[in-house]
Design a protein around this ligand. Structure first.
Ligand code: HEC
Ligand code: HEC
Ligand code: HEC
Ligand code: HEC
Ligand code: HEC
Ligand code: HEC
Length: 350
């Protein structure tokens, strides 16, 4: 695997296979929440963590944080400090945990410089991953082709009569429209940007998130703590619509809210909302990391609070993810906690 190159010669000389195995485990299991010397992420910076606690404490904690957090006061304090975000179950055997601790020690001591392993691997990846930018690839070929067609039209006009030339001019107009952004993006296969399906109930974000000012996370609370943002269950709507039966401006009860009440009264499991955003199955995306990094929903979903009906505002293509992950500290918006996301294939495809 590519990232095994991240160990320095000094470390590799010590115990090549074991330390590399542990480094790989760390990247797979821990690096999404922890760095070594690059600051706190979801969890604490683990530089020197192997010396902060007794070895046995660490082994038990890492092997089964859930059980341990319930009983150990020091761990509970830590949990409080991290806003109650629990470390995930790691499902590791004792030997693997001990290997990771060795790796942490070595990396903290400077054997791996002071950077987190992901950061070490990032530089070469930045140079390697190059994706076509949508939009870019149409302009120049389009323009060249347009001139070619115009020349042909002029020639036809001269030698063949007006009718075919005029037909060709229509083709030119259509091509110009497309080339100069009449269609903003050159749609790659499967690109659903702009998709705006009709929903079973005319739920309006403009009204709820816009004029009523309800926070996105009030309904999409899962976005902060899990991979998915999830659409709220009917009982979240009923917190208000138990009482609210009509729009402020209307005199009669709303038929749209009546549909909601019907679902509620029949104890149906859920409203069959039509999914708008959908990545292919082979891509792993997680909301938690992005949302906890203070990236605003709107930076990916557009101004949802102005939409009567949700529309897919971004391309959701690989190039779109990568373009943002490449942003370095100076270029990224300053409200983010950290710039640049992973570029290695395994971060998004597993
Ligand atoms: C889902 C995110 C997540 C993952 C994955 C994760 N951790 Fe954690 N870790 C946390 C959080 C949050 C805390 C602090 C709060 C707590 O106690 O739960 C923590 C605390 C720790 C601590 C205590 C640090 C200190 O400063 O006292 C150690 C050690 C640790 N994790 C090691 C690991 C190792 C090793 C792995 C991989 C096998 C791992 N963690 C995977 C989120 C995570
Ligand atoms: C607006 C910018 C932006 C966009 C768009 C974006 N990301 Fe990220 N992503 C980030 C940043 C910044 C991080 C690093 C966060 C951190 O370290 O806390 C990150 C981290 C990640 C991680 C690492 C999570 C982990 O477990 O460590 C994955 C996986 C990821 N992004 C996948 C994706 C995918 C897939 C897409 C496209 C569908 C995407 N991202 C689009 C900014 C973005
Ligand atoms: C009152 C609850 C509520 C609030 C507040 C709310 N949403 Fe929603 N959201 C929903 C419901 C219900 C759906 C599913 C129906 C739809 O697509 O309109 C949804 C759908 C979405 C979708 C599309 C999901 C898909 O299928 O891909 C996005 C994106 C979204 N919301 C983002 C936001 C953002 C951003 C905010 C804050 C500006 C927000 N929501 C505020 C209830 C809410
Ligand atoms: C880094 C970009 C990014 C950010 C920030 C982001 N989203 Fe998403 N969102 C996505 C992508 C990509 C998908 C499609 C995920 C999939 O298909 O697996 C998605 C899907 C959704 C969905 C529908 C599917 C699901 O996961 O349940 C909802 C609802 C949603 N987002 C709401 C939100 C809200 C609310 C916020 C802010 C709290 C937010 N998103 C922040 C990129 C983002
Ligand atoms: C925090 C309170 C609150 C929550 C939660 C809430 N709504 Fe509403 N909703 C309202 C209010 C207040 C109005 C009337 C606003 C107006 O007229 O401007 C309204 C209006 C509506 C309307 C429009 C009625 C019409 O005919 O114009 C629909 C449909 C609706 N809500 C559906 C939902 C659904 C579905 C959910 C759950 C996903 C939900 N609401 C969650 C407070 C809420
Ligand atoms: C930040 C996340 C991310 C990273 C890193 C990433 N990909 Fe992707 N990849 C995606 C997304 C999202 C899609 C889905 C694109 C779409 O549906 O248009 C995708 C699609 C693909 C496809 C399908 C072809 C296509 O265009 O639909 C291939 C093949 C692929 N990726 C290979 C790779 C390889 C090889 C690497 C490493 C060099 C890599 N990916 C790194 C997010 C990522």
């Amino acid at each position: 695997m590519v990232f095994l190159r991240l160990t320095t010669p000094a470390l590799a000389a010590k115990a090549p296979s074991q330390i590399q195995k542990s480094a790989a485990l760390f990247i797979m299991k821990c690096a999404k929440c922890h760095t070594i010397g690059a600051g706190d992420r979801v969890g604490p910076d683990l530089r020197g963590a192997a010396d902060r606690h007794e070895r046995e404490w660490l082994v038990k904690f890492i092997m089964s944080p859930g059980v341990f957090l319930a009983s150990d006061p020091a761990a509970q304090k830590l949990l409080e400090k991290y806003n109650g975000v629990r470390m995930e179950e790691t499902h590791l055997a004792r030997a693997d945990v001990e290997g990771i601790l060795e790796y942490l020690k070595a990396a903290s001591a400077g054997g791996l410089s002071s950077q987190a392993p992901l950061a070490v691997e990032e530089e070469p990846m930045r140079l390697k991953v190059r994706m076509p930018e949508e939009g870019f690839s149409v302009f120049w070929p389009g323009l060249a082709f347009l001139f070619l067609l115009l020349a042909a039209a002029a020639a036809l006009w001269q030698f063949r009569g007006h009718r075919p030339a005029i037909a060709l001019l229509f083709v030119c107009a259509a091509l110009a429209y497309w080339t100069f952004g009449g269609r903003r993006y050159y749609h790659l296969l499967g690109n659903q940007q702009g998709y705006e399906p009709v929903q079973p109930i005319a739920f309006s974000h403009a009204r709820h998130a816009g004029s009523l000012g309800i926070a996105c996370l009030y309904c999409h609370y899962a976005a902060e703590r899990s991979d998915v943002a999830a659409v709220p269950a009917v009982n979240v709507c009923m917190n208000c619509h138990g009482a609210v039966r009509k729009a402020f401006s209307a005199k009669t009860p709303s038929p749209e809210i009546a549909k909601l009440l019907a679902v509620w009264e029949k104890h149906e499991a859920s409203i069959p909302w039509v999914r708008v955003h959908q990545l292919p199955d082979y891509v792993h995306f997680t909301h938690r990391i992005h949302v906890n990094n203070n990236i605003q929903c709107q930076e990916c979903h557009g101004p949802v609070e102005t939409m009567e009906r949700v529309r897919q505002a971004s391309a959701l293509s690989m190039g779109w993810c990568i373009a943002c992950h490449r942003l370095k500290t100076g270029d990224a918006p300053s409200h983010w906690k950290r710039a640049s996301g992973p570029l290695d294939c395994a971060a998004c495809h597993w």
